[in-house]
Write a protein that binds this ligand. Structure first.
Ligand SMILES: Nc1ncnc2c1ncn2[C@@H]1O[C@H](COP(=O)(O)OP(=O)(O)O)[C@@H](O)[C@H]1O
Ligand SMILES: [Mg+2]
Length: 438
């Protein structure tokens, strides 16, 4: 579908499906006939892909253009490029489809939206790091839209809210849930009445553009606490055993199944000298599952002796044997071991993606869908799966992290999944090769 412009070229348009009741509420809460138009802002939380961002972004600009002229607004996401990708791209199409002019001044990270005599400027911000709070500090705003607000530092959100000093200014926040002690839950959702914020919680059923198969696909991507948060939309705590979906009967194999001969094999490694050092060999079954086929685990404390990097390289050579391994994936902090491997001619080393919680989320999703299996010889992997737990004290502070003990096979497994199996990454391209400079 496309709109024909003056040159006869079809411009892309946003093709809307029917709005859900909740989306309609987001689109109209500020209008004259709304009983809640006097509120100071809106918070939408809930499931992923539930239609929060798309309707909030459109409503934000329609509101801004109706109530203000020649004013400044802010649209923020985790980074400026994520705002462009997740918010501005569709928003521009939607606005143009409604007769608005949208001019993006890319170098200034700003959009000017015009209709008739009314023009307003929308500054784009990335709220990810603490330094962004100082960027937004100097501006006076009539409104802010924070996409994925719970992923931003509290200082940025506070600063953005404080900049909204023009009479009639409103705050527009959306996010997916985190833990119950997260600052956004405590400071904004729990205090929504005091802060005069309208609050709406979304589920995937509030997005009528998703068919049942798509919703089912999303459901199978998450497991454990991430299912509760990203599918059920609850602010659930990350406590207890992390991989509580692990079931020895279904995840542990006694006989290696037929392999997908075309799929590369990988080794992932969590390096340690005083701590244990773990290597895992990954192979793909013909039926699509990834299998940890064997493990190497050297616990220097238990064995009473630390190994040198050269000895670990010997062990790696022996571990790989005659297997053809596409990449060895190693935590980039293991610089001395990587250098030793390179000296011995290993050219196929990849720096592991070490973002812990997103990695755990991917592993949980794969375990939940029985896409990640292991052989019964991977004793430490199996043992650690049973004990790997969330740090309760950190959860009470609103921070998700695992307890750092008996986590070496867990780290090696996570490195493999995050680095190789993330759909966004195209492994094999040179940008992924390690450039540690040694
Ligand atoms: N009413 C609608 N018509 C067409 N597409 C929609 C509609 N509502 C949501 N979508 C689409 O559904 C997807 C998820 O919506 P999004 O707003 O990004 O969800 P969320 O922010 O909750 O993750 C997007 O591709 C969006 O364009
Ligand atoms: Mg969104």
């Amino acid at each position: 579908m496309g709109r024909v412009d003056g040159s006869g070229v079809r411009a892309p348009v946003f093709s809307w499906k029917r709005f859900s009741k909740k989306q309609l509420k987001v689109l109209t809460w500020w209008t004259d006939c709304s009983p809640v138009k006097g509120m100071d802002g809106i918070i939408c939380d809930g499931a992923v892909r539930s239609g929060k961002t798309v309707c909030m972004a459109l409503s934000f600009v329609l509101w801004a253009m109706q109530d203000f002229a020649n004013c400044n607004f802010a649209i923020a996401g985790k980074t400026v490029s994520s705002v462009r990708r997740n918010v501005v791209a569709d928003l521009s199409l939607m606005l143009r489809g409604r007769g608005y002019k949208v001019a993006e001044q890319v170098s200034k990270n700003q959009l000017t939206v015009t209709k008739g005599a009314v023009a307003n400027v929308f500054y784009l911000f990335g709220g990810k790091d603490e330094s962004s709070a100082s960027l937004i500090q100097g501006v006076t705003l009539a409104g802010v839209l924070l996409d994925e607000a719970a992923l931003m530092p509290q200082s940025f959100v506070d600063q953005a809210a404080a900049r909204c000093s023009i009479s009639g200014a409103k705050l527009w926040f959306n996010c997916n849930p985190e833990g119950p002690a997260h600052w956004f839950k405590r400071e904004w959702i729990d205090k929504r009445e005091e802060k005069r914020m309208l609050y709406l919680s979304f589920s995937m059923d509030d997005n009528l553009s998703l068919d049942e198969r798509t919703k089912e696909r999303y459901r199978t991507m998450f497991s454990g606490v991430f299912y509760e948060r990203f599918i059920l939309g609850k602010w659930s705590a990350a406590d207890g055993i992390i991989y509580d979906m692990f079931d020895e009967k279904r995840h542990v194999l006694h006989v290696l199944p037929e392999l997908d001969e075309r799929a590369p094999k990988y080794v992932s490694c969590d390096y340690g000298t005083t701590n244990p050092c773990c290597f895992l060999l990954w192979v793909k079954a013909k039926t699509g599952e990834w299998i940890a086929a064997k493990e190497y685990y050297w616990n220097s404390r238990e064995r009473g002796r630390q190994k040198t990097d050269e000895e670990y390289v010997n062990d790696m050579e022996e571990f790989i044997g005659a297997e053809k391994v596409r990449y060895i994936i190693i935590d980039p902090s293991a610089a001395s071991f990587i250098a030793a491997l390179k000296r011995r001619g290993f050219g196929n080393i990849l720096a592991a993606d070490n973002a812990v919680v997103p990695g755990i989320r991917l592993v949980s999703g794969m375990l939940g869908g029985y896409k990640l299996l292991c052989m019964d010889t991977c004793k430490n992997l199996i043992r650690e799966r049973g004990s790997y737990a969330w740090d309760k004290a950190a959860a009470l502070r609103g921070d998700d992290k695992p307890i750092k003990q008996f986590d070496h096979a867990m780290d090696a497994e996570r490195y493999f999944v995050s680095t190789i199996l993330t759909p966004a990454r195209k492994v094999g391209t040179s940008d992924l090769r390690v450039r540690i400079g040694i």
